[in-house]
Ligand binder design. Structure first.
Ligand code: SF4
Length: 208
């Protein structure tokens, strides 16, 4: 294995629970997609735009407002809203945030594809955004995944899954090497980190 350029992030303060600092919600999504990918994304080489996470679908602001109203959310719509939850130590920038007004607020996370690979990793990211928004506004929020194929409301169970994944992620980030993933190499073929990954399977299927 060629060594990644730096393991600097792994040396950040950690405890028996793992890395304790703030983490991006997107890293939890990556962890659920492939734990080794999350480790390499955090501890490994900086890649500008890993091919499989490039956004191929965008939601224009006017369409976002229309969608929010159709979903029953009347509040102000904020594009690229930055969120941080001191409680969860999770941050991120959600594509659209609809402020609470006469009902719950909403976060709209735009994805290139629909429920890619089952979509649980996408749901975890959106659920963390919703929780961070609730912490910021003190009001309930719903979360949605928006793609050209569908608009999917994220179930409340996704929050518990996201918190379990966040806890596991904190632990593996403090490890000296990427953990073995459970997908048996099925997600390796188009992975931007396969050059550095000890678990890369060149014959794996494309991202599914
Ligand atoms: S090469 Fe495969 S195992 Fe390694 S990070 Fe990428 S998807 Fe995960």
């Amino acid at each position: 294995m060629e060594r990644p350029h730096s393991a600097g992030r792994a040396t950040r303060p950690s405890s028996p629970r793992g890395y304790e600092g703030p983490l991006p919600a997107s890293l939890v999504k990556e962890y659920l997609w492939c734990p080794a990918y999350a480790w390499l994304s955090w501890n490994g080489p900086r890649l500008r735009a890993p091919p499989h996470v490039e956004v191929e679908y965008s939601l224009e602001p006017r369409a976002a407002v229309q969608l929010a109203r159709a979903l029953g959310h009347r509040g102000r719509v904020v594009a690229e809203a930055r969120l941080y939850s001191p409680r969860l130590r999770v941050y991120g920038r959600v594509d659209y945030l609809v402020e609470p007004e006469g009902g719950p607020g909403a976060v709209l996370e735009v994805k290139a594809r629909g429920a890619w690979g089952g979509g649980l990793h996408q749901e975890a990211q959106a659920a963390l955004y919703a929780m961070a928004a609730e912490d910021a506004y003190g009001e309930p929020f719903k979360a949605y995944i928006v793609s050209r194929l569908e608009v999917r409301e994220v179930p409340l169970e996704a929050r518990a899954r996201a918190l379990v994944a966040l806890s596991s992620l904190r632990r593996i980030l403090a490890e000296p090497a990427p953990p073995k993933p459970g997908h048996g190499g099925l997600r390796c073929r188009s992975c931007a980190y396969k050059r550095w990954c000890p678990w890369a399977s060149p014959g794996g299927n494309r991202g599914l």
